[in-house]
Write a protein of this length. Sequence first.
Length: 268
Amino acid sequence: MDEYKKMRLIGQGSFGSVYEALDKFGRKAVLKEVVIAHLDDEKAHQARKEADLLKSLCHPNIIRYFNHWEAEGVLTIAMEYGRGGNLECFISKQKTHLEEIRALKIFVQILVAVEYLHRNGILHRDLSANNVLICDGDVIKVCDFGQSKRLLSVQSGSIAGNPSHLAPELCTGGKCSEESDMWALGCLLHHLLSLRRPFGSAGSIAQLLVSILTGPPPPLPRSFSKPLEGLIFSLLSSEPSARPKSSALLSHPLLALHVHRIHLGFSL
């Protein structure tokens, strides 16, 4: 589409390619291109569903959809540009652990996005630092809905997402659920606090699965409070029903004030 001019490649994988682009007014955007001409019908349908799902979402902590179109066998999705890069890069640049309050301000913005998705019957299924962007004003936004599904369409054995963030029930053939999203959210928070993935050091997939299934995750650095450690361990409970719901976490004593500030539109 002539409305956008591709500038540089910023990401590539099995899903396709992601480019930095400029719109006709010179504003930055992101173009995600998926070559659907080379995909089977099911995968092409999933790619189109990502565009339709993103179009339906409207939340300040979810990456904004601009447009999508198909031309010459390529599906292109135009989205908001995250000037600060992703949270994975942010974490990798940290020399020391974040102050607890700063980490919570970041986490709460991810949490309210996840709560919005769950309230609308949507599972993200790939929550990780790679799929969280830092946008203008240090606003944190969840992105990449290529693996997302409506809750009613999820089937058993349907595994997606970062292997190091797989919930125990997914390792044994269970199906994705709000609870498995909450496990991944716990992994993400642990990663943000400890600066390494809680189950990411295994040498093989088999070792990774054993590590997830046998647990527990490594303890947090001593600089973090016991209530925060308790929050992490509740999210990383091996029993799915013991993990807190996203809606319940909004009123958690550690998080409620930050959630309140978001709802009032105050800067974090």
